[in-house]
Write a protein that binds this ligand. Structure first.
Ligand code: HEC
Length: 137
């Protein structure tokens, strides 16, 4: 009995392992493949202001853009926007922001490393409104 249960458990574990790439998209796990970022870049509207090939327009161009070097600043810009750029913190989750940040930092000749969802979460926390100051005594 015990060995049969064990075999069943092992079989279940093997099945779960087989299915996990479907249940948990890889780009929810940290570093995102550039392909997802490319799709988000177009569907979220980044391409409308920054150009389909990052060539710029209303927003700055991305190839060779040294401002992309700091992952936290890039994440914060996408979360909060700035200037004429709207923030995407409410419409894109951390993994999606990581994916699109990874895409613009690693495409068109750019070679900055991937951005993780954890880095985006940290940027979100850093830019959250500060707690109200304690009343003066
Ligand atoms: C409505 C137009 C618009 C859209 C849509 C838009 N941006 Fe921007 N973006 C801008 C503008 C304008 C700036 C410059 C902001 C400033 O001067 O503060 C900017 C700046 C940036 C920067 C900083 C670049 C630098 O050189 O400082 C990044 C990174 C960025 N955008 C990424 C994105 C991503 C990723 C998306 C899509 C999720 C996106 N933007 C969507 C207009 C846009």
């Amino acid at each position: 009995m015990r060995s049969r249960a064990h075999a069943l458990a092992a079989g279940f574990a093997a099945t779960a392992l087989t299915l996990s790439p479907i249940a948990l998209p890889a780009w929810g796990q940290g570093a995102a493949p550039a392909g997802d970022g490319a799709a988000i870049y177009n569907s979220a509207g980044c391409s409308g202001c920054h150009g389909a090939n990052g060539e710029g327009g209303l927003g700055p161009s991305f190839p060779g853009n040294a401002n992309l070097a700091d992952a936290a600043i890039v994440a914060s810009q996408i979360i909060n926007g700035g200037g004429e750029m709207p923030g995407f913190g409410d419409t894109l989750d951390d993994a999606a922001i990581a994916a699109v940040a990874t895409y613009i930092r690693g495409t068109w000749g750019n070679t900055f490393p991937p951005v993780t969802a954890e880095e985006v979460a940290a940027a979100r926390a850093a830019s959250a409104p500060a707690a109200p100051a304690a009343p003066a005594p």
